[in-house]
Design a protein around this ligand. Structure first.
Ligand code: G3I
Length: 341
């Protein structure tokens, strides 16, 4: 954290708010966050599926605990000298939509959908106005394969009601509610030049051409240890073209998984490789600084990570601290890189 601050780059991590509230693991969870990071993002709890529980009904539990509420303005984030990135205001994938909204789909007109979207985004962004380091406004709207819609947008409630304009509206409503907050489009699998990265660039360029405020693109960086990242390669070329078009980039959800068997890396040397790769991604972020002003990992200890369950335990050990909070090579590699003059 100290070295990152000196380099003017923000380091962040996704956190599980349950773990903060329970102060798990004898305080090690919280202590490691405060020691290493300036930014925090809620891994769950501030997405529409959790906040938006009905029309004009909101569950503020996680957000308010983190950043305060009208009646109790100082939340855990400020008490601990951290900043929160908001994730996310709109996640169109069917599994990530509020169930009640999908259930009412047939009776919701396009006009009604637009006003629901406006209500939701305005209410959330206004509640936390001035207290958020940036919002992921739209998360993962582009399909991996389906090219039948503009920008390869995935089929979704929002697309069915409003077409591609739903993305435009989301950014406009967010900007109107807090004109000072940074607004990002966040996506996975767009780190290198690829069809999906092309479509993302077209999408944000379209928003810009419509006069919509979009500060940048969050590239998630869920990668595995087989990758290499080197100056001039397709990762660098991709970032550069977004920047050339006037967008900032952020590394928003970095983790580097290794193949696992029986709870252990199949190849123990992968943990060294992973260390080098953590450094390479940080070098990439620093190379593009200040157009890339932050790097967040999706969790920080192998004790709590979405990767093992998501991969049926074939991948794991993806983070800079091990499951006992002992720093791994990735931690030291990043520390060394940040300490370079
Ligand atoms: O906490 C409940 C638990 O009480 C309950 O018994 C259990 C039963 O399913 O669910 C638990 O909640 C789970 C939650 O993670 C807590 O870990 C949810 O089911 C599960 O859907 C949720 O998954 C999260 C997922 O987003 C969906 O919100 C993952 O943790 C989180 O890592 C993942 O994060 C996403 C980013 O938002 C977007 N980019 C990709 C990234 C990884 O998939």
């Amino acid at each position: 954290r100290v070295s990152a601050t000196l380099r003017d780059i923000r380091l962040g991590t996704a956190v599980l708010v349950d773990n903060l509230q329970k102060n798990v693991d004898g305080g090690k969870y919280i202590a490691n966050i405060k020691k290493n990071y300036q930014w925090v993002v809620a891994e769950v709890g501030m997405k529409p599926k959790q906040i938006w529980i009905g029309e004009n009904k909101y569950n503020w539990a996680t957000g308010d605990w983190l950043i305060g509420s009208p009646s109790n303005p100082i939340g855990w984030i400020q008490q601990n000298g951290l900043q929160l990135r908001g994730h996310n205001l709109l996640w169109p994938g069917n599994n990530f939509m509020p169930t009640w909204l999908l259930q009412q789909e047939s009776s919701i007109t396009p006009d009604k959908a637009k006003s629901l979207l406006e209500d939701y985004i305005t209410t959330v962004v206004t509640r936390y106005r001035g207290k958020i380091a940036g919002w992921d406004v739209v998360n993962e709207a582009i399909d991996d394969y389906d090219s039948s819609r503009p920008f390869n947008l995935r089929d979704s409630f929002w697309f069915r009601k409003l077409g591609r304009d739903f993305i435009k509206y989301a950014f406009i409503f967010a900007h109107n509610a807090d004109p000072n907050v940074e607004l990002f489009y966040n996506e996975y699998g767009i780190e290198r030049t690829s069809l999906k990265a092309n479509r993302t660039l077209e999408l944000v360029n379209w928003l810009k051409s419509e006069g919509v405020t979009v500060h940048g693109v969050g590239m998630q960086w869920h990668i595995d240890v087989s990758k290499t990242v080197t100056p001039g390669d397709s990762y660098y070329q991709n970032a550069q073209r977004f920047i050339d078009q006037g967008f900032d980039i952020l590394v928003t959800e970095l983790d580097i998984s290794v193949p696992m068997r029986n709870g252990k890396p199949i190849n123990p040397a992968d943990i060294q490789k992973q260390g080098v790769l953590y450094r390479s991604v940080l070098q990439y972020a620093l190379h593009f600084h200040p157009k890339c002003h932050g790097l967040l990992t999706w969790g920080f200890t192998d004790r709590y990570s979405w990767i093992p369950s998501f991969s049926n335990n074939t991948k794991g050990d993806a983070l800079p601290l091990d499951a006992s909070y002992v720093p791994k090579p990735g931690y030291f590699q990043m520390q060394e890189e940040l300490a370079r003059v």
